[in-house]
Structures are given as C-alpha cells and as structure tokens.
Design a protein around this ligand. Structure first.
Ligand code: NIG
Ligand code: FE
Length: 385
C-alpha cells in the first residue's frame, strides 16, 4: 500500500472523457491539444473514491452536536430518540423531490472537494415506503450521470421504536417486504447492517445478509464502531466487499480479515467527530490488509464529505504514510465499490476524474497542510468543473 508511483515533469492526455496516455513530458506524442492545462509546480492526482456515505438525509443534527459538547454520548442520544431515529422521522415526512434536491447539492459539493466516485446508503427511512424513497433518490443521483454512484440498502441501520419489543417483525419486514421490492426495481448494489452494540446483533446480521444474498446483494457492513461486536467476522463469513468503521479491531478481527478478500474500510472522521478511539490502521497495514478510507458523510457522526480532511486525519491520527493514505482514498475506495477498472488511478481508459493541486512542494504537503484548500482544479470525465 505504500507504493504510489509518481512521474516528475509529466504529460497526461485525456480524450472523450477518458485518460488516454501519460508519461514523462519529453515523450508526449502530441504538441497541441484542444484544451491544454499548464500544471507547472502542481501535482495531478486521481480523484477520491468515497466508498461509504449517507449523503441522502432530510436535515442536519447540530442540536445533538451541542448535547454532546455538554456531555451526552452518541449512544445516549440514540437511546433518547435522537440519532438515526430522529433522522428517520424527518425523512419520512420529506418528499422524494426535496430529498433529491438537497442530495444533489451535496453531491456537487463533494465533487467540488475532489470526490470522483461515491457510494450512498439508505437507512434513514426504516419503513418500506421511506427506504424505497431513499433508494429512488440515490437512483436519480446515479442517473444524473455525473460521477459513478453505488447504492446500498441499509434498512438495518437502527431498530424503529415501534419494533423495539418485536425485533424479529422488523427483520421480517426488511427481508420479506423491502428486499423483494428493492431487488425487483434493481434499486441497490449492496446490503448493509449496522452490526454493533445497541443496534443489530451478529445473529440478526447473519439472517439479513443471508436474505440479501438470496436477492444477489453483496454485503458492505457497518462493524465494530462501538464494540468488539463480531461484525467483522460475520461480514467476512458472508464475503462482504468491505467491513467499515473498525474502531474496535483486535487480533481475532485482523485474523478473520487476513484470510479473506474483504476490504477494511476506516472512517476516521467519525472517530474524530464522536471522540472515539481510532481504528488500528498500522496494525492492519502490518498484517497486509487492504485498507480503504471513506468519509461516512452523514448528519450524525460525520457531517462532512471532505476527503482531503480524511487524508490529513489518516496521516495524523492513523499514522498512515501519505502514499498509503492516497491509495486508501483512491484505488482501494474504488475497489470497495467494485469500480477499480473505471476510476481510482491514473490508468489509460479509466475515466479522467482527476485533481490538480495548487503549486506545492511535495505529496506530503497535502495531508500536512490540513484544512488548507490545496485543490486548484477538479476534473470530471475530462471536464474542468
Ligand atoms: O456510519 N454508524 C452508523 N451509522 C452512521 C451514523 C448515522 C447517524 O448518526 O445518523 C455512521 O456513523
Ligand atoms: Fe456509516
């Protein structure tokens, strides 16, 4: 993961929205292009691939932020009806069109901050109608055809209050009502469960992932954010594309991941925002796990989709080297959405989704200068936006 090839004084040719060719400047096969960008002193990078977001939501939750400043925990706020359940209540009362409008604005915002591919989850619906509404919003974002979008069904994000004493009934609704409809409309690429203390148990997760599998949905799950929940192991058991969060990852979890193709996706802005311990990234890297980094953009635990900030957190808090962090934010993020043949690196025939930095002294300057706007230009499918 520390291998991040760079070429000094390079050219890069883009044609019809795709990367055509690149190499040292002296070997450039053309002497003029329709549009030429002089990148003297700058770095050209592949765009970020954000493989874990909750970009569709009805309202921000800065009131909970203030409660937490005053000392309440994230779990305590959730127990009192805040958190995900509060977001669900707001979303249920919001029209599909308005959700779409807000989500599209957020999508444009993250693109302007360098995101060139994104995964978006449902999970603030928690009723058949509202989960479908969220997934239809994601489908509309997909059809805007701006950047690649992957959709994940997260009906098992929290337990709705009315099912607290009858959990199996909600799980039945999820597996027997929501899943068939989602599958028949082709609304999701993946299935997710929040397998953690106070949310879904390993047994429930097992059951839900099994049902997802029957409808052809591969898992990408929330695991081990709040405890050693067994989420990583159940994800690996179901051949999850990725298990995400992973603040509580010990030797057993590393061993399970080592013997699998499941990507370990770390979401450091959640740990930053909620004051949780950070995932043991160095231990994961030393054990040769495939690590991706994503934003977890959502109103409760990571109200920002700024991947440049994730880059800085990865280096500062997870002790990842800049090269490792860039790989985790680009090609491994793309792999965690199964689109690494389209995006995630500067490779001929991949989409020309690129970032051009301002003039900078080195690659390491980028994470080092945390919070500074070092992106000069964002290019999507060959167009400067
Ligand atoms: O990934 N951990 C679970 N779900 C989100 C938080 C959602 C919320 O608080 O609204 C997360 O952190
Ligand atoms: Fe999340």
């Amino acid at each position: 993961m520390g291998d991040f090839h760079t070429i000094d004084d390079a050219y890069l040719l883009v044609e019809d929205g795709l990367i055509k060719q690149f190499g040292p400047d002296f070997s450039c096969p053309v002497d003029r292009a329709d549009v030429a960008l002089d990148c003297t002193g700058k770095i050209v990078l592949p765009s970020f691939c954000d493989s874990h977001t909750h970009l569709v939501f009805a309202a921000w939750r800065e009131n909970e932020f203030v409660y937490r400043i005053k000392g309440l925990s994230y779990e305590e706020i959730a127990r009192r009806g805040g958190g995900i359940l509060h977001s669900a209540a707001r979303l249920q009362d919001t029209s599909e069109d308005y959700l779409f409008e807000q989500a599209l604005a957020r999508l444009h915002q993250v693109i302007s901050m360098g995101t060139g591919a994104i995964e978006i989850k449902s999970g603030y619906g928690l009723t058949p109608a509202s989960e479908l509404k969220m997934l239809r919003v994601i489908r509309r974002l997909k059809h805007e055809n701006i950047i690649p979008v992957k959709a994940t069904f997260l009906g098992a994000h929290a337990m709705p209050t009315e099912f607290k004493t009858n959990r199996s009934e909600y799980i039945r609704l999820l597996t027997e009502v929501m899943l068939p409809e989602i599958a028949s409309e082709g609304l999701a690429d993946y299935i997710d469960v929040f397998c953690d203390k106070g949310f879904y148990t390993v047994e429930e997760t097992d059951q839900i992932l099994m049902a997802g599998n029957r409808y052809g949905l591969k898992p990408k799950i929330h695991a081990n954010e709040l405890d050693y929940s067994g989420g990583i192991q159940v994800g690996v058991k179901h051949k999850a594309i990725s298990v995400d969060h992973l603040e509580y990852t010990g030797e057993n979890e590393i061993a399970a991941l080592s013997s699998s193709d499941t990507i370990a996706t770390i979401l450091p802005s959640t740990a930053f925002f909620l004051g949780l311990p950070y995932a043991p990234a160095r231990n994961m890297l030393e054990n040769d796990l495939c690590v991706a980094l994503a934003s977890d953009y959502n109103p409760g635990s990571s109200p920002s989709g700024n991947m440049a900030f994730i880059l800085s957190l990865a280096c500062i808090k997870l002790k990842m080297l800049p090269e490792e962090a860039f790989n985790a934010l680009t090609i491994n993020g793309a792999a965690a959405m199964e689109i690494s043949s389209q995006v995630g690196s500067i490779t001929p025939l991949k989409s020309a989704n690129l970032l051009i930095t301002k003039p900078v002294s080195s690659l390491a300057y980028l994470p080092y200068s945390f919070g500074s706007p070092w992106i000069d230009k964002v290019i999507v499918k060959g167009q400067v936006i």
